[in-house]
Design a protein around this ligand. Structure first.
Ligand code: GLA
Length: 516
């Protein structure tokens, strides 16, 4: 009994007087039982939080299952005869997280206020009694021994497309996805190489059918019909799930149903899966990630359908070292991007050490594009696009494609820049030169391209414009390149003399393609 080991010493040491007083208090109230809070998501699903509690006099123990986390009550302190403050901890694969739950019995209701460190004011909710066992956390399934999942032969160049999360988050539905596909097929993006329409989290129902098949919520009435529609446009459809029982947004994950879900997606005509760790952290340690991802890699392989496998576990456990082993075509290298210069720059410019792990079929993924979402200037979005191209990063637009201002469309569809990203040799660019302070410095990156050409990006991370002078030797060259094209100015530039000298706007970039 973890509660006794943990709680009693705490009370004795910290609150001896209260402990003595409590002996005399009688706890007529009994909150023992399973309690549920169901939040209506207005898409036909409910997000449920279960508090499975056991009261023993002054002490309360048990478990709390939120939409994506599983807590064990590790200490309880009475706050009257019918109220307690519960300390609950979860193990998230690599450490402990704590939350405090203030609970109070009020007739047939349990009033709950949750406080998580650093998460602002307590969230309040009202729980009702639920049948015993409902919402119980599934038992852990041991992952299989490590082996090599055969390569699917996909993503010879970094995947290009669109994903719903950055702009729409939970406000994505069938009609919106169709209209985004219409836009991509007609606004020049498809012609520029964009292909995947990826539905992120929140498409799932909150229960499986009688055979255990995953089903959609009412925002997506017929996923097969949607796939047919997307395919008829010459585009491909992607979907999202988690190796845990729940996704990050608290919807149903694929835990315990991996092969069944892969088969369902294949039958729907899905072409791409983003598989997001989230709920799996309650069951597995970070060290087990490879084995857990391998399970879905095997399941996708077994379907026989070509499905791009995108690993989303925020770059933990040096995923770039084992991503290809589990059949992964791309792996997130960082936490979530935000539509802000600081976030984009920190993520993008930190990618240099991972260059050697990118290769045709297997890409580092510094997260989806924020271009056009409004939090950065067009100059900054050109830097975002250029940097992702230099990094051989997947180009997954994250804006509303139905209403793209011309300058934003010009950034996303710049053929010369897309060609850098999609270079068939798949060698990720490296930082070769830098000057100034970390966050405000100028940097030059080089990417080796097929046939001996090179892309040179000169970035200015400072807010103010900068004059940059580089010697050819700074770029590892013996002499001036034979030709150079400025890929944003769309013109040839003459490069003579000892190096390159030019103005780079604040937070901007000069992107050149040079021939030797
Ligand atoms: C995580 C991922 C995001 C997005 C959300 C959806 O935060 O990193 O890219 O998929 O989950 O819930």
């Amino acid at each position: 009994m973890m509660v006794e080991i943990y709680v009693k010493p705490v009370i004795r040491m910290a609150l001896p007087a209260l402990a003595l007083a409590l002996a005399a208090v009688s706890f007529a109230a009994d909150l023992t039982g399973n309690w549920v809070v169901a939040e209506d998501m207005h898409d036909g699903t409910f997000r449920r939080t279960y508090l499975d509690l056991k009261q023993d006099g002054a002490n309360v123990g048990g478990h709390i299952r939120t939409t994506q986390n599983y807590f064990t009550v590790s200490a309880s302190t009475p706050a009257g005869t019918d109220a307690w403050t519960l300390s609950a901890h979860m193990v998230d694969g690599r450490g402990e997280r704590l939350a405090t739950y203030a609970v109070k019995l009020a007739g047939d209701e349990l009033h709950v206020a949750i406080q998580r460190p650093g998460r602002g004011p307590a969230a309040e909710m009202v729980a009702h009694r639920a049948p015993a066992g409902e919402g119980a956390y599934p038992a852990r399934v041991e992952p299989a021994a490590l082996h090599k999942v055969p390569s699917n032969g996909l993503a010879k160049t970094p995947p290009m497309g669109w994903n719903s999360w950055n702009k729409f988050a939970g406000r994505i539905d069938d009609a919106t996805v169709r209209s985004i596909a219409d836009a991509m097929a007609s606004n020049g993006m498809k012609d520029a190489g964009y292909q995947y329409i990826n539905i992120d989290d929140t498409w799932e129902a909150d229960h499986r059918d009688a055979q255990g098949n995953i089903t959609t919520n009412k925002k997506f009435p017929d996923m097969k019909a949607l796939a047919d529609y997307i395919h008829a446009k010459g585009l491909k459809l992607g979907i999202y799930s988690s190796p845990g029982p729940n996704t990050c947004a608290g919807y149903d994950g694929s835990y315990g149903h991996e092969e069944q879900d892969a088969a369902t997606w294949a039958a729907w005509g899905i072409d791409y899966l983003k598989y997001d760790w989230c709920g799996a952290r309650n069951l597995y340690k970070d060290e087990e990630m490879q084995a857990v991802y391998q399970k879905m890699g095997d399941a996708l392989h077994k379907t026989g359908r070509p499905i791009v496998f995108s690993l989303c576990q925020y770059g933990r456990q040096d995923v770039w070292k084992w991503g290809p082993e589990v059949g992964g075509n791309l792996w997130r290298t960082t936490g979530d991007i935000r539509d802000a210069w600081d976030s984009m720059a920190k993520i993008g410019f930190d990618q240099d050490p991972l260059a050697s792990y990118a290769a045709p079929g297997h890409w580092n993924d510094p997260d989806m594009l924020e271009i056009g979402n409004g939090g950065m200037t067009d100059t900054e979005y050109r830097t975002h696009m250029s940097l992702w191209a230099m990094l051989a990063a997947p180009l997954l637009a994250g804006n509303d494609l139905r209403s793209v201002p011309k300058p934003v469309l010009d950034i996303l569809t710049n053929r010369d820049v897309v060609a850098i990203d999609q270079d068939k040799d798949g060698r990720q660019g490296r930082r070769i030169w830098q000057s100034g302070d970390q966050e405000a410095r100028q940097e030059a990156w080089i990417r080796e391209l097929a046939g001996g050409a090179q892309a040179i990006a000169i970035f200015n991370r400072a807010a103010a414009d900068a004059n940059v002078t580089l010697k050819w030797s700074d770029l590892g060259m013996k002499k001036a390149p034979k030709s150079a094209r400025d890929l944003w100015e769309h013109r040839e530039v003459s490069l003579i003399g000892a190096g390159y000298s030019g103005n780079v706007p604040g937070h901007g970039v000069v992107l050149l393609r040079v021939g030797k």
